[in-house]
Design a binder for this molecule. Structure first.
Ligand code: MGD
Ligand code: MGD
Ligand code: SF4
Ligand code: MO
Length: 577
């Protein structure tokens, strides 16, 4: 008999999956968003290639022995010498059960993000809360703007909802959506703040701003207008590589239309990422896009909003993108591959190797598992009970266990063992599953979170009013080198599944295909093979997320707000070999 579950990968879509009697995964035709299709990541998902047994320094050991070793090192470490580092290999809710144990023994956790933290800080500063437009709400819009977001790769289930709409794309890369869009602005990277300010300024000059909305919900807009006037028009347009005609064209297409601006992580992989999001939100407010059907600015949402968790939460935390593993006697890594995915890989790898004892709890072998003292294999999402919420919509879906398996251990089971060993209060699995099930509101066979807005910001903003950006850092970075674009790869998910390789340049950027070049950033360098891609600007190079060693080039800085990694902050020098 067919069984249904949901995909727990770190992705907007949260697809509903049908598992047939042969164990094959298919999209659920009755789901309003999945509509019968999965993506390449899940179509090729197999139970193979996974870690099958625990290992201690490269030797296979039993699960019993693995727990003896883990418990011993935890008992011999002071609580502030234990670091719990969770990634986003699986974003389901039971992943958080392990945090209950580490919080209870007062270990150190992480705060901030490798992903969307800078942008989120900007959204919160302006709106007070971070709500998304569900695909059903985007369906009602007439104009959709993809701003630093690549839906063919990262949000493919949104594509059918775009039929018949006007599409505008703001992206330095001529992505698939840019190729079919009504208008593509191939902006220079890191110039979105200036573009948003210029759009806001010209919207007001042309009188297409929403005066009534601004009076009621964003009354400081005149100060924001003044701020936009501090931007020198001609010099800025030249620098960001956008023409006045293009600004006019965007506003003309938006005029009087229901418009959704979908912002991705691409715009905020910089230290001022929060201000970038805030300026885009500011433009949304000027156009009166909040609180109306089919309108809004939508970033990656908070998959936990409206959900109560039954687990203890860590009270002590360090910033995730700059976590210094060498300071800890025990580092416990769960669902993550920090040795590939954190910025500044060289520093991270040294620090990990000099930590007292390192544990990797995950599904696949990778840079982190190979360097860890102890490897504990996890169970796949098909082999354990769970729930899945999403940062792209308001679903909350049950993921029942579908297969039995002898290998690996679930997050619930691992936590049970640790809680038992340390006398930490812990309940039966059914208690936690019921806790989540009770928060699910099932409509037409699909589970949703309770207490979520149908129309985000319909009743205004959390702080009473929308708060505009009030100062800008006018510095324009014009250092030598190529802009680094490091975005998502269609055949893999960060460092899971198929991994990309090589560095991509425009064919006219001056490097021959297949040549090996040396790429140099802050203090580190790596060699990569050249690939050509004519979708790129000539001043950019592209290395996909998940490419081995890409993060040797990325800097160990935090965003000014939001404790986020800033992968694209530093330009890259290229040396021919
Ligand atoms: N297939 C696949 N899907 C995924 C993932 C994956 O690895 N593979 N990862 C998942 C995760 S973890 C996340 S966070 C989401 C992210 O989803 P997206 O936000 O769509 O991801 P990115 O590919 O990082 O960036 C999107 C776009 O930003 C553009 N960009 C880069 N720099 C700039 C800039 O300065 N300005 C502007 N305007 N655009 C810029 C890039 O060219 C790219 O097209 O995707 C999720 N989905
Ligand atoms: N250069 C560059 N670097 C980036 C990015 C980029 O765009 N460019 N993107 C950043 C972003 S947005 C993100 S979100 C991060 C992601 O970085 P990470 O959170 O480190 O994610 P992954 O690389 O996907 O590694 C996830 C690991 O989780 C394990 N896993 C999968 N399922 C389970 C499970 O059910 N249980 C357990 N215990 N483990 C499991 C698998 O073994 C897998 O190897 O990378 C960041 N790094
Ligand atoms: S990775 Fe995303 S698009 Fe692919 S099946 Fe999972 S939720 Fe759907
Ligand atoms: Mo992410």
């Amino acid at each position: 008999m067919n069984q249904t579950t949901a995909c727990p990968l770190d992705c907007y879509d949260a697809c509903r999956i049908v598992v047939d009697e042969n164990g094959k995964l298919k999209g659920d035709k009755s789901h309003p968003v999945t509509r019968g299709y999965l993506c390449p990541n899940l179509n090729h998902f197999t139970q193979q290639n996974r870690l099958l047994s625990p290992q201690f320094r490269g030797d296979e050991i039993s699960m019993e022995r693995a727990f003896e070793l883990l418990i011993e090192v935890l008992k011999n470490s002071k609580n502030d010498q234990i670091l719990y580092y969770r990634g986003s290999g699986n974003v389901s809710l039971m992943q958080r059960s392990c945090e209950h144990f580490f919080a209870s023994i007062k270990a150190v956790g992480t705060s901030g993000s490798l992903c969307d933290g800078a942008g989120e800080a900007g959204v919160l500063a302006g709106r007070g809360s971070n709500e998304v437009l569900s695909p059903q709400m985007i369906d009602e819009s007439e104009v959709v703007i993809f701003w630093g977001r690549n839906p063919h790769t990262t949000h493919s289930h949104l594509l059918p909802f775009l039929e018949g709409k006007t599409v505008i794309v703001i992206d330095p890369v001529k992505t698939s959506i840019a190729q079919s869009a009504d208008l593509h602005i191939q902006i220079k990277p890191h110039c979105d703040l200036q573009l948003a300010l210029l759009l806001s300024r010209f919207a007001i000059i042309e009188g297409i701003h929403d005066e009534a909305f601004l009076q009621e919900h964003a009354s400081e807009y005149n100060d924001f207008y003044e701020l936009t006037q501090s931007v020198r028009i001609k010099a800025t347009l030249d620098f960001i590589d956008v023409s006045l005609g293009q600004i006019g064209a965007i506003l003309e297409l938006m005029k009087g239309k229901k418009c959704a601006i979908l912002v991705g992580v691409g715009v905020q992989k910089y230290r001022n990422g929060a201000d970038v999001l805030r300026s885009i939100d500011g433009f949304g407010a000027i156009m009166g896009l909040f609180g109306k059907r089919g309108c809004g600015v939508s970033y990656l949402g908070n998959s936990l909003s409206g959900i109560d968790l039954p687990f203890e939460s860590l009270s002590r935390r360090i910033s995730k993108p700059t976590a210094d593993f060498s300071k800890y006697n025990c580092v416990f890594v769960q669902g993550a591959n920090p040795l590939a995915q954190m910025p500044n890989s060289t520093g991270v790898r040294h620090a990990f190797a000099s930590a007292g004892f390192t544990v990797y709890f995950g599904l696949y072998e990778n840079e982190t598992s190979r360097s860890a003292d102890l490897v504990i294999p996890a169970k796949t999402f098909l082999e354990k009970n769970d729930f899945r919420s999403s940062y792209g919509d308001y679903t909350l879906q049950e993921m029942p266990q579908i297969f039995q398996s002898e290998s690996g251990i679930s997050e619930y089971e691992l936590t049970s063992r640790l809680c038992n060993a340390f006398g930490v209060q812990w309940e039966d699995e059914s208690y936690y599953l019921d806790f989540f099930r009770k928060q699910m509101d099932v409509r037409d066979g699909v589970g949703y979170r309770r207490n979520v807005p149908e129309i985000p910001y319909e009743n205004g903003f959390e702080n009473g009013e929308f708060e505009f950006l009030d100062t800008i850092d006018a510095d324009i970075d014009d250092n030598e080198g190529f802009y680094l674009i490091t975005s998502k790869y269609g055949q893999g998910l960060n460092s899971q599944f198929k991994r990309a390789g090589g560095v991509y340049f425009h064919p006219d950027a001056g490097f021959d295909e297949d040549a090996v070049v040396q790429l140099v950033s802050h203090s580190c360098s790596v060699e990569m093979r050249v690939r050509h891609d004519n979708r790129l600007r000539k001043d950019c190079l592209l290395i996909y997320s998940g490419t081995p060693d890409v993060n040797v080039l990325t800097p160990p800085h935090l965003s000014y707000e939001g404790e986020s990694a800033v992968y694209q902050e530093i330009k890259i020098k290229v040396i021919k070999k």
